[in-house]
Design a protein around this ligand. Structure first.
Ligand code: HEM
Ligand code: CU
Length: 653
């Protein structure tokens, strides 16, 4: 009846059990809190069923932040093992568990932290920046979020029920095939990524349509803010790369559940095919994550340098070039697989070519600062940290693009240091910069600067202390995913230094939490107006708090920095005339579809076939029911808009 699921599926390892109990206590605390304060219906009405991208964006970021804490906990365990226990016979972390921990860390950080942050920020900022009131398909947007959330819950269930995957974050076969990973871990991995990935694909299409059809009148493509351009680049990559992931995961699932042989080492299968496919998605994926971060910095640098962005057009072309080139380099992840010298040379050269448009962007940011009146606020500090660490990561990347060198450092800690340089310096610092920059637009108060600066320095110094030793260790021959080594190798000192670096980072995270709490506490003193930084793009032109319909009127724009022009052209303000505005009504369909996707995934993982069938039928019924909704919009009347605007702008009449 319950397929592979039995009581023996419950994890009993003390470390895992502790984590599960901790997580359950956390969930319980939230449930009790919501019940005690009678907030359930508020939560359902205001948040879970909302189709407002501003709220969906916040929910993405909340999920991503919780997952960041889990990913950091995993990272701390890896560091503790390598610094303290790796040379001795005893460790609280068994070799098998170590594999689960690095797989969990990589998977969760990429799919549920970085992707969550990026989609959260796109939801929050993109519609506002193009001067729109919504996205093209609001319900689809909610469904995407709930599929992301369903994938997140599913992969975390494997902590307590069954096992976490232990084949690395990309689950290379043959290790990930049934013969070598007979448990449920890989199935959890496949289905949670499949569900979340379909959500990402739907978002990608949804946002592209939004950008191409819903811009303010007058905002031609070459007048879009660079952040929006970076989102276009990122989403085109989503649209073309995620189907490859979906197909690859589906083939691995067919191998594992129906005994097929796409990627097995026998019966005509070929594991090398998987490695090609997964990186044909995987390399574009890193640009899916980093392009929006470039976009964030392209907004921040001009505002805090009090100058317009240097080289707008070259910025746009650089995004397009990076986007196209990123599909031509995937083989640099497996130069050592034996494709031959000519193939390796081609992919090595293409990889180096990508450094050119990226360099263009870095120079443009620096030229924007040149002779500007630069104010070193926290967003700007994150930018400076980004330029430093990202450039270091870029240089080591170009180094590894030389196949001959890669043969030496492939799968070593040198590589691990390189990609964390790009991901932490690029995506994570970019997210923090954007968070500090846009926070006041959504809340009406700034984050405390002093605490933010301390957090920044902890992150930057902690990052360098944690990862520079890995470059050296990589040269000394330390491979990645290593849970034991001989003390005579002399590596332990460097691993201990790296561990200290992680502690400094964790102190930084503590300061960020402190900063948020303190800023909320002191929100009266930190209160600011709708345009605290004297910014240039449309999201700052509406009031704070932002009304549900974003903008009362959709005035045409004429220039690139549209809001800047509005502020500085001394045209007489025409008397505004409002028209009724329609916004989508809340609906629970997103939540239902996410929940059903979770059940289907769970049923397939545990081979509970009747439940899977029931799930699919429920899915079809729900989709059909959702198309039958009639009363899907609510309307703000002219009278309501006038009253709301007067209240928001503090000009009560
Ligand atoms: C912020 C502090 C972080 C620390 C201290 C850290 C630490 C580590 C460590 C120790 C490993 C294992 C290295 C080994 O193989 O020996 C690792 C692997 C990895 N990390 Fe991180 N990491 C951090 C953040 C991130 C972030 C933000 C991401 C992505 C968004 C990320 C993605 C990965 C991936 C994909 C792997 C490879 C996992 C595998 O081998 O399958 N990490 N990290
Ligand atoms: Cu790559």
């Amino acid at each position: 009846m319950w397929g592979r699921l039995g009581l023996d599926a419950i994890q009993t390892n003390p470390v895992t059990l502790g984590a599960v109990v901790g997580a359950l206590v956390g969930v319980l605390a939230v449930v009790v809190g919501l019940t005690y304060f009678k907030k359930w219906s508020w939560l359902w009405r205001e948040w879970l069923t909302s189709l407002d991208p501003k709220k969906i964006g916040v929910m993405y970021i909340v999920v991503a932040f919780i997952m960041l804490l889990r990913g950091l906990a995993d990272a701390a365990m890896l560091r503790a093992q390598q610094a303290v226990f790796a040379t001795g016979p005893h460790s609280p972390i068994s070799p098998d568990m170590f594999q689960q921990v690095f797989t969990a860390h990589g998977t969760i950080m990429i799919f549920f932290v970085a992707m969550g942050i990026i989609f959260g920020i796109i939801n929050l900022i993109m519609p506002l920046q193009i001067g729109a009131r919504d996205v093209a398909f609001p319900l689809l947007n909610a469904i995407s979020f709930w599929l992301f959330a369903a994938g997140m819950v599913l992969i975390n269930v494997s902590l307590g029920l069954g096992e976490f995957a232990a084949a690395g974050w990309l689950a290379y076969p043959p290790l990930s095939e049934l013969a070598y990973s007979p448990g449920t871990g890989i199935d959890y991995w496949i289905w949670s990524l499949q569900i979340a990935g379909i959500g990402s694909l739907l978002s990608g299409v949804n946002f592209l349509v939004t950008i191409f059809t819903m811009r303010r009148p007058g905002m031609t493509l070459m007048k879009m803010p660079v952040f929006v351009w970076s989102v276009v680049g990122s989403l085109l990559l989503v649209a073309f790369a995620f189907p490859i992931l979906t197909a690859t995961l589906a083939m691995l699932a067919l191998d594992r559940t129906l005994g097929m042989h796409f990627f097995t080492a026998d019966m005509g299968g070929n594991p090398m095919m998987y490695i090609n496919l997964i990186w044909a998605w995987g390399h574009p994926e890193v640009y899916i994550l980093v392009l929006p971060a470039f976009g964030i910095f392209s907004e921040i640098v001009p505002v805090f340098s009090r100058k317009k962005l240097f080289g707008y057009k070259s910025m746009v072309w650089a995004i397009i070039a990076i986007m196209l080139l990123s599909f031509t380099v995937w083989l640099h992840h497996f130069f050592t697989m034996g494709a031959g010298a000519d193939v390796n040379a081609f992919f090595g050269i293409m990889t180096m070519v990508i450094a050119i448009p990226t360099g263009v962007k870095v120079f443009n940011w620096i030229f924007t600062m040149y002779r500007g009146r630069v104010s070193f606020t926290t967003p700007m500090l994150w930018f400076m940290g980004f330029v430093t660490t990202f450039t270091l990561g870029g240089v080591t990347g170009v180094l590894m693009a030389v196949p001959g060198i890669d043969f030496q450092v492939h799968n070593s800690l040198f590589l691990v240091a390189h990609f964390h340089n790009m991901i932490i310096g690029g995506v994570v610092f970019g997210a923090f910069a954007g968070f500090a920059y846009w926070f006041p637009k959504f809340t009406g108060f700034r984050l405390h600067e002093g605490l933010g600066k301390i957090a920044f320095w902890c992150w930057l110094i902690g990052f360098l202390v944690a990862f520079i030793p890995l470059y050296i260790l990589g040269f000394m021959g330390a491979v990645r995913r290593l849970d034991h080594y001989d003390p005579s190798l002399g590596w332990q000192g460097l691993f201990i230094v790296a561990g200290v670096g992680v502690m400094i980072i964790l102190i930084g995270v503590l300061f960020q939490v402190l900063q948020l709490a303190y800023s909320i506490w002191k929100r009266k003193e930190l209160a600011v107006g709708p345009d605290p930084w004297d910014a240039r793009t449309l999201e700052w032109s509406t009031s704070t708090p932002i009304p549900e319909y974003n903008f009362a009127t959709l005035d045409a724009v004429h220039t690139r920095d549209a809001f800047w022009t509005m502020k500085h052209s001394h045209k007489e303000k025409k008397s505004v005339k409002y028209e009724p505005i329609h916004v989508p009504k809340n609906t629970g369909f997103g939540v239902y579809i996410g929940a059903i996707a979770f059940v289907i995934g769970f049923a397939i993982i545990w081979h509970i076939w009747w439940l899977m069938a029931v799930g699919f039928m429920a899915l079809i019924a729900t989709v059909v029911a959702s198309t039958q909704r009639e009363d899907t919009e609510k309307t703000f009347s002219v009278h309501q808009i006038t009253a709301t605007e007067a209240k928001l702008w503090g000009t009560d009449v």
